[in-house]
Design a protein. Structure first.
Length: 83
């Protein structure tokens, strides 16, 4: 048995932090991560890399991932093309 401590990322980062790249690999829970992120934290993240797998997203009720990312101010790219 393991005890795992969970904390919000912004609670462990120093004030004035800037995140150049955030990798999300949460198998369909991306919408939950974004819900907890909020605009203030999102504004410190320059880029997010993620794999969009509808099967996992839909299994967790996440049907509007790209919209949620845009609402937080992110631009979505597939390769080098903005979508």
């Amino acid at each position: 048995k393991f005890n795992i401590r969970v904390e919000r990322l912004e609670s462990v980062l120093k004030p004035g932090y800037n995140i150049a790249l955030m990798k999300l690999d949460v198998s369909g829970f991306e919408c939950e991560i974004l819900k907890g992120m909020g605009h203030a934290f999102a504004s410190t993240v320059q880029h997010i890399h993620f794999d969009k797998t509808d099967k996992f997203l839909h299994a967790h009720g996440c049907t509007n991932l790209l919209l949620k990312l845009r609402e937080l101010g992110f631009h979505i790219y597939e390769g080098t093309k903005e979508i």
